[in-house]
Design a protein around this ligand. Structure first.
Ligand code: NAD
Length: 484
């Protein structure tokens, strides 16, 4: 990866614009610089995507699918470079990066190649006419992604977007330009037609992200990030009524019933609260536990939190990763302080770990378990996006469902129970886009993914993604009665 990190426009690296610092979250030290795209660089990227659009859109879907499959294969070939880039930007553990982040990137390109290539088209035979639909790409799509799962989330959009015939200008988070910079090199190395995939780097508001979504040459925006950023983007594209697909924040609930396998519920909750340092939109931040097992559950969860290994990213036994930035660490710590002010009991964590080495300059916080706050407290209502959850007791199924649904968000929920009836009953009462029973983050890429309320608009996954990235045209042909 070049230093400074460049943009990728029209199939070549472009080193334009001032540079800003990229820091290693493990130490807080500047590790390299990144070019920031101003309006003129964004213009150039959109123009390149526009120029590539007719040729790319005209390819048969099988050929575009062959290209995205090739991207998947080439990701495997550059696997370790991608792992290194992702770790350098995020401080993620090598085990997670090797088993989740980068493999899912390859899987995203391959899965959507298959889904698109096999997608049936519908035709209706009327009495004296034939009506059928063809799907056309949206055009030039802005793909804007956050820093928490940089490669996984970018490719989750790029796979279906490209295979549907769109060309792209992608913007990674200012904190995590590395893995998309490697993907750009991969695209160039396999000869992906220039301009089909462009990458610009920079910040959001008043910078590259805003210039991109406002650009008149951008036909649609697909965005994953904070709910308030989604709201700002929606306002920015309102005049042109651009289609938007939004995967936004969460304040996800987990319900633990007394009939659950407690061991599995504790282990699953340790994963669902603390994976990726709690920096996954699907992470659980509110746990509700049936009163007879509440005390034991809290104790065991706190024990689990205290046992999470804080090694260096390259150490295979490491679990905990730092927060992405000093600013985000301070935000998470401000919620720890707020919880104390609001009268919470802290069962684990609540502060910052001390290492006695250069990691003390990094952005680590302790995994934290809280109890004792009302559902209306800010800690229970606002997305913290760190390794922290609040646990509260409940006495009935109806109360548990009511507490879980009492949120402005609605992305994911988890239910722990051994009762089949309860599992179905509760799962369908939860107002969330995804509900897991006795598991967490188990995904099939064909299923719809997304949230309700502040958690987003639309669904990604399988044909749901392809639906967003293309528009149907219905064609109806009058058939004349036959002669003879
Ligand atoms: P963010 O909204 O601050 O930034 C996301 C991206 O948007 C970045 O690339 C940023 O530069 C850009 N951006 C910011 N302001 C912009 C603007 N005005 N116009 C255009 N682009 C702009 O989010 P973040 O802090 O990077 O990520 C964390 C958030 O993402 C959390 O809220 C988390 O829940 C959410 N998230 C949601 C999902 C999901 O699938 N629902 C997945 C991962 C993360």
């Amino acid at each position: 990866m070049p230093d400074p990190v460049t943009h990728f426009i029209g199939g070549v690296p472009v080193a334009l614009g001032p540079t800003f610092a990229a820091c290693d979250p493990v130490t807080g030290r500047e590790v390299r610089r990144v070019h920031e795209a101003d309006r003129s660089v964004v213009d150039r990227a959109v123009a390149a995507a526009r120029a590539a659009l007719p040729g790319w859109a005209a390819l048969p879907v099988a050929e575009r699918a062959a290209w995205t499959r090739r991207l998947g294969d080439a990701i495997e070939e550059r696997f370790e470079d991608l792992v290194a880039a992702e770790i350098a930007d995020t401080g993620k553990s090598i085990t997670q990066t090797r088993t989740l982040d980068i493999p899912r990137g390859a899987a995203n390109f391959r899965a959507f190649a298959e889904i698109a290539a096999q997608r049936p088209e519908s035709a209706f035979h009327l009495k004296d006419a034939l009506s059928y639909t063809v799907r056309r790409p949206l055009g030039v799509v802005a793909v804007i992604v956050p820093w928490n799962l940089p490669f996984l989330l970018a490719t989750w959009k790029l796979g279906p977007c490209l295979v549907a015939g769109n060309t792209v200008v992608a913007k990674p988070s200012e904190h995590t330009p590395g893995s998309l910079a490697v993907l750009a090199e991969i695209a160039a190395s396999i000869g992906l037609p220039p301009g089909v995939l462009n990458v610009v780097n920079g910040f959001g508001t008043g910078s590259t992200g805003q210039f991109l979504v406002e650009h008149p040459g951008v036909d649609a925006v697909t965005f994953t990030g904070e709910s308030r950023t989604g709201s700002a983007i929606m306002k920015a594209v309102a005049d042109r009524v651009k289609p938007v697909s939004f995967e936004l924040g969460g304040k996800n609930a987990g319900l633990v019933f007394a009939d659950a396998d407690l061991e599995a519920a504790v282990e699953g909750s340790v994963r669902s609260v603390f994976t990726n340092g709690g920096q996954v939109c699907l992470c659980t931040e509110r746990l509700y536990v049936e009163r007879p097992v509440f005390g034991e559950f809290v104790e065991r969860l706190a024990e689990g939190a205290r046992g999470l290994a804080f090694g260096r990213p390259q150490d295979e036994s490491t679990v905990m990763m730092p927060m992405i930035s000093a600013e985000h660490r301070d935000k998470v710590l401000s919620y720890y302080a707020l919880a104390k002010d609001e009268g919470a009991t802290i069962h684990a964590g609540g502060g910052t770990p001390r290492f006695g080495d250069e990691r003390d300059g990094g952005y680590y916080v302790e995994p934290t378990v809280l109890t004792g706050l009302p559902n209306g407290s800010r800690v229970n209502r606002e997305e913290i996006f760190g390794p922290v959850c609040h646990v509260a007791p409940f006495d009935s199924e109806a109360e548990a469902v009511g507490l879980a649904n009492d949120s402005e968000y609605g992305l994911a929920a988890t239910v722990w129970t051994s009762s089949l009836n309860r599992a179905h009953r509760v799962a369908r009462s939860l107002e969330a886009g995804l509900v897991w029973v006795n598991t967490w983050y188990l995904r099939d890429l064909r299923t719809p993914f997304g949230g309700v309320r502040l958690s987003g608009i639309g669904r990604e996954g399988g044909t749901h993604s392809l639906d967003f990235y293309s528009e149907p045209t219905t064609i109806t042909i009058k058939l004349e009665a036959g002669h003879g």
